[in-house]
Design a protein around this ligand. Structure first.
Ligand code: SF4
Length: 285
């Protein structure tokens, strides 16, 4: 099934209207603090809904990524200077939004000696200091597999440690050419060995077979992953990878049951499910 990919027309049920009115209040608060969100940078289809619920996934270490994944809308290139006030500004934004569960992610910063690990750690400490009751979920890059950078992050004991596997191993060379499936699995294994709740996310629609999809879920289970999100890949623009297949809502229900049967207890799957979508509710499943 991994033949050359051909773009498919998006079915009507995969079209979602975004209300810009709902997003403006949050955008103002973010711009004032010089903060970024993956919601905006990745052109997430859920932005109207999430911003309307006063939910946002804050993205630290700037908005320029040193990698160039085929599915991702975040700009690639040479990032600018890291804002030293970002951890405190993230903490302020978490408070302003009244988040009981904050999801914090970043671009990949292969240009920094520690990949931005200490900046992550400082951000967790700042958020905890001013929002002691808020659960913190970190959605981290792979830090190039640098175990000392990972330890820097893991020592802060985030309530959930999320790292997306994104696709099946056979498609890494086209979907995540600068990443490595085994390196990502090792990261999740290491998180579990630190007694962190390990979470991962995967997209469907790149041309993977169901068999290799479920084998990937088995590998996640063996690595100690306790929470998995599954969503449909949507092509952000014509220069991104095409969608090979759109899956209907009932397929996601069935696949969620199969993943639970493998042994991963918390599974959230649906066409519009994203790694940080309803993260508070997913944690409480
Ligand atoms: S699903 Fe996640 S990335 Fe998308 S808008 Fe919601 S919080 Fe942001």
């Amino acid at each position: 099934m991994n033949e050359p990919a051909r773009a498919m027309r998006k079915p009507d049920w995969m079209r979602k209207k975004i209300s810009l009115v709902q997003t403006s209040a949050i955008r103002k608060g973010l711009r004032k603090k010089g903060l970024h969100t993956v919601c905006e940078s990745a052109r997430c289809p859920n932005i109207g809904e999430c911003f309307g619920r006063k939910r946002a996934t804050l993205m630290i270490l700037g908005d320029v990524c040193t990698r160039n994944c085929g599915f991702c809308n975040i700009d690639g290139g040479r990032p600018g200077r890291t804002d030293p006030n970002e951890p405190e500004n993230v903490a302020r934004m978490v408070k302003e939004l009244g988040l009981t569960h904050a999801v914090i992610t970043s671009v990949t910063r292969d240009d920094l000696p520690d990949g931005g690990a200490e900046h992550f750690a400082r951000t967790v400490r700042a958020v905890r200091k001013s929002n002691p009751a808020t659960a913190i979920e970190l959605l981290i890059p792979d830090f190039g597999g640098d175990s000392s950078a990972l330890e820097t992050v893991f020592r802060e004991k985030p309530d959930i440690l999320n790292h997306n596997i994104e696709t099946v191993p056979s498609l890494y060379s086209t979907v995540r050419p600068q990443a490595d499936f085994e390196r990502s699995l090792e990261l999740l294994r290491m998180a579990a060995s630190f007694n962190l709740t390990a979470k991962s996310g995967i997209m469907t629609g790149f041309g993977e077979t169901e068999r290799e999809f479920l084998e990937t879920m088995e590998r996640l289970h063996e690595s100690g992953v306790k929470i998995v999100t599954v969503g449909q890949y949507l092509q952000p623009s014509k220069r991104h990878l095409p969608v090979v297949k759109y899956f209907p809502a009932d397929w996601f229900e069935e696949i969620a049951q199969k993943i639970r049967a493998i042994g991963i207890p918390k599974v959230f799957a649906g066409p519009f499910v994203r790694s940080s979508y309803m993260a508070d509710k997913v944690a409480a499943l």
